[in-house]
Structures are given as structure tokens and as C-alpha cells.
Ligand binder design. Sequence first.
Ligand code: NAG
Ligand code: NAG
Ligand code: NAG
Ligand code: NAG
Ligand code: NAG
Length: 269
Amino acid sequence: MAAGAAGTRAALALLVVCSMAAGAAGTSPEIAAGYFEDAGKVFLSCNISGSHPTITGHKWIHKEKILDEDSSPDASTSYTIEGKREDHSGIYECVFEANPQMKGEVNISVPPQVTAYKKSEHGNEGDTGVLTCKNPSFPAVTTWSWHKSGQRLDNASGRYIIKSSGNKTELRILKLDIEQDTGDYFCNATNSLGSGDATVSLRVRSRLAALWPFLGIVAEVLVLVTIIFIYEKRRKPDEVPDDDDGGSAPLKSNATNHKDKNVRQRNAN
Ligand SMILES: *[C@@H]1O[C@H](CO)[C@@H](O)[C@H](O)[C@H]1NC(C)=O
Ligand SMILES: *[C@@H]1O[C@H](CO)[C@@H](O)[C@H](O)[C@H]1NC(C)=O
Ligand SMILES: *[C@@H]1O[C@H](CO)[C@@H](O)[C@H](O)[C@H]1NC(C)=O
Ligand SMILES: *[C@@H]1O[C@H](CO)[C@@H](O)[C@H](O)[C@H]1NC(C)=O
Ligand SMILES: *[C@@H]1O[C@H](CO)[C@@H](O)[C@H](O)[C@H]1NC(C)=O
């Protein structure tokens, strides 16, 4: 770590002291848990102080998964996360293996990192549009809201149905209208650390637009039929002079034509 990073280090250091509910006499053990961010990494640590039973190892746990473990007797333990804290928020537990076991907690808390399920949505006129946003970060969102053109949308209008749970919100737009409903929608989340939002742009197509591929095929067929019809019409009159000039045409196949020619030739004489 560079010495220049000391500022960042101090700014982000967060100390949390968890008193252990040890009933024993004397100074009960205390665990100082915290983290700081530097150079694209997050450094978590837990230090135990006060009188405590012999330590036989450590564990780091996140979402019920063991991230790391060792069997050292140290009074301190650390864990490094590669990445920004915004992408790794949550509750991390450090465990000091002993009898009894002792635990500390590092909470990496960030403002909501809201993302849209799909950044752009399409809907047909008259259908119901569904826009969804989620927040995977910690702590959970306390308030969700939807906005369009600076106005907050709610159930009361009868045009929208908003359903929000801890880490997800869904906006349903009833009977989509091309002029009213096309545009950008903001889903806005707030938690104890701040707020965050995401944008979903909705495009509403006319019902006719959905028919266009079909109409295109119909038009194509009509054009083809017309071309064939015109071609056939033009071909018919051409056939007679073709057979007539020179005697080179296969006359055998057409007895009537043969006779006609003979008559014509005799008349010419
Ligand atoms: C734990 O101790 C280490 C080394 O003394 C120190 O760098 C770290 O900041 C301490 N962590 C906490 C959470 O107090
Ligand atoms: C961490 O977050 C949890 C859940 O919000 C909370 O119950 C707990 O007290 C927090 N721990 C610390 C050390 O802040
Ligand atoms: C809107 O209405 C839906 C369905 O009736 C309901 O589940 C939801 O909680 C309501 N949302 C709000 C914000 O009241
Ligand atoms: C929050 O999202 C996760 C997946 O990202 C999901 O597994 C979990 O059930 C969700 N929690 C709640 C309370 O909806
Ligand atoms: C979410 O809502 C308000 C209003 O849109 C806006 O000021 C903020 O920047 C957005 N984030 C939030 C909270 O809007």
C-alpha cells in the first residue's frame, strides 16, 4: 500500500466494537471490527482485546459461506476483497475459534446500487407494460418510488400498479398509450446511507406496427402476382409472329399452322 493512500484509509476506516456477553469476571473480551478501502480492494479486520480464552483459529463468513479460515492463535485476523465496496456490500462475520467461540461483525454498508432488470422495454399499445428494478446491495432499501418526467407515480391514479419488496420493485402500466407512456422511467431507492436510481426507457408500438411484417408479406405476394399476370399478358401476342416468320419453326407439332402456311404460299404464287 502506498503511503499516499493514508487519507483514503482514514476516511473509510470504520471501527465497530462489539462487547462480548461473557459472564466471566475480569475484563470481558472485546472485538474491534472494521474495514478500509484502498487501490480497488477492501481490507477487513477484527482484533480481539481484553482477557479471552485461547484462540485456536479464525474464520471469515459471508452469506453463510466460509470465505477463509486458518488455525493461527493470533488476536487479530484479516480478509481482503478484490473489488470496490459498492460491489461487495453486506455483513461479514469474523469468528475467533475458542471455547466459547467469539464473533465480530463487519458491515459494509453502501447507498442502494439500483439496476434495471432491462434498460429498455417495448410494449404494444393497449397491453400492460412491466418495468422492474432491483437492489442487491446492503443495507436493504427502505423506500422505493417510481418517477416519470419529474412526477411520482402511484397506485392512486389507477393507471399504475407498484409492487415493492426488499430488493425489488415492479411498475405495471395498464393499457399502454403511445403518447402518454413512451419515455424514461426512474426507479428510486433509499436506504439509511442514501439513495440511488436507475432508468428504464419504454417504447410503445402501435398495434398496426405489430401487423407490419404480415402486411409486408401480403404486399410482396400481390406484387409478384401482378408481375406474373402482366408478363403472361405480354407474352401471348408475341407467340404468333414467332411461329410465322421463316419456315424454320418445328411445324410437325402444329398441323393447322402447316396447312395455313401452304395455303399462304400458294396464294403468293
Ligand atoms: C487491527 O489491528 C491492525 C494491526 O494493529 C490494525 O491495522 C487494524 O486497523 C485493526 N483493526 C481494527 C478493526 O481495529
Ligand atoms: C450490521 O447490520 C445488521 C443488519 O442490519 C445489524 O443487525 C447489525 O447490528 C449491524 N452490525 C454492526 C456491527 O453494525
Ligand atoms: C399497489 O397495488 C398493488 C395491488 O393492488 C399492491 O400489491 C401494492 O402494495 C400497492 N402499492 C402501493 C405502493 O400501495
Ligand atoms: C434479494 O435478492 C436475492 C438475489 O439477489 C434473493 O436471493 C433474495 O431472496 C432477495 N431477498 C429478498 C428479501 O427479496
Ligand atoms: C431519485 O429521486 C429524486 C427525485 O427523482 C432525485 O432527486 C434523486 O436524484 C433520484 N434519486 C432520486 C432519489 O431521485
